[in-house]
Design a protein around this ligand. Structure first.
Ligand code: UDP
Length: 323
């Protein structure tokens, strides 16, 4: 049995849908941001809080867990600056509770969802895992703290783990059954698609004076199904003893500016976006592009879906979005 913490959320629910074809899965989620409807019906679902000792312990008592994947985190940069306690409480303290329970029940395999936000403002054009990690907001710091705790647990308790640093997750399940649904929505692609469906008044481009080729921020977008597949490869490597204590970037290795994302949405949907120029959003680095060479070399994973595919699948989801 594999425990997926946060399996009702955007990335977790896509992973569950892939993993359930190979493994038995139990999802622990408090549904604070996730959706019950997103969890594949073949998975066992337990509603519970990561920060509550009793909630977490009862899962380990009831099921023989072989490995844990941890997707349950708050992940908004701006909110983390305004309310750091919320981030340190959930992303750090609650995760520590989970790790402690794993230790108690001798569950020794852990896959951790980390983020490009730990790199802060990168010096290199293409970010390597060895690039310096100086996060510039509490969200990034909360994730880096867990990365450091995992290194210590590996050294002291022999915890097998792999850290996956996501760049910008996008897209939806190919059938359009599940997809991205945040409230409030802050992410660029869903905002554009909601605007195109008449669900929002405007699209704002946050900053047009960045030192990039068109003045807007550049990000490395990665399809959520590619992310899910990376987790399955990682789990395999961990369970077969092929790899532990690895850290990997997950991206496409290609950057798109905000303006290019808008143009691709126009191309996919055939509808024009009249975006307005707005001030920069606090905490946004100009450019974040991953090198994913390391996971390619060591685990044989690479991203297979491009930005157009991400937007096509997201559009399918948004057109029928029911929750
Ligand atoms: N962005 C934007 N308008 C929006 C939402 C986002 O211009 O309404 C920009 C944002 O400044 C960033 C990029 O789009 O440069 C991706 O932002 P998103 O919130 O999707 O992901 P993040 O990079 O924060 O994880």
């Amino acid at each position: 049995m594999i425990l997926i913490v946060g399996g009702a959320g955007y990335i977790g629910s896509h992973l569950v849908k892939e993993l359930i074809n190979k493994e038995r899965v139990v999802v622990l989620d408090n549904l604070s941001a996730g959706h019950r409807e997103s969890i594949d019906e073949r998975a066992i679902f337990i509603k519970g809080d990561l920060g509550k000792v009793g909630d977490v312990e009862s899962v380990f008592q009831r099921y023989r867990i072989k490995a844990v994947m941890h997707f349950a985190a708050h992940s908004l940069v701006e909110e983390s600056s305004q309310n750091p306690y919320k981030y340190y409480e959930n992303n750090v303290a609650a995760t520590l509770n989970l790790l402690n329970m794993m230790n108690k029940y001798e569950v020794n395999n852990f896959i951790f969802s980390s983020t490009a936000a730990i790199y802060g403002i990168p010096e290199e054009e293409i970010i390597m895992e060895s690039s310096s990690t100086i996060p510039i907001n509490p969200y990034g710091r909360s994730k880096l703290m867990i990365e450091q705790i995992l290194a210590d647990f590996h050294q002291a308790y022999g915890l097998n783990h792999i850290i996956l640093r996501y760049f910008n997750a996008a897209g939806a399940y190919e059938t359009g059954e599940i997809g991205e649904s945040h409230d409030p929505e802050t992410h660029l692609i869903p905002i554009i698609l909601q605007y195109l469906l008449g669900k929002r008044e405007k699209v704002s481009i946050f900053g047009t004076d960045y030192p990039t080729y068109d003045g807007t921020c550049i990000r490395d977008y990665i399809h959520v199904t590619d992310l899910a597949n990376a987790h399955i490869k990682t789990l395999d490597a961990l369970m077969t003893g092929k790899k532990s204590a690895g850290i990997y970037n997950l991206g496409n290795g290609v950057g798109y500016s905000v303006k290019e994302v808008i143009e691709t949405c126009e191309k996919v949907t055939g509808i024009k976006v009249n975006a307005e120029h707005a001030a920069r959003r606090e905490g946004d680095p100009a450019r974040l592009i991953a090198s994913s060479k390391k996971i390619g070399d060591e685990l044989g994973w690479k991203a297979e879906r491009d930005l157009e595919e991400m937007i096509k699948s997201a559009w399918k989801w948004h057109e029928r979005q029911i929750y």
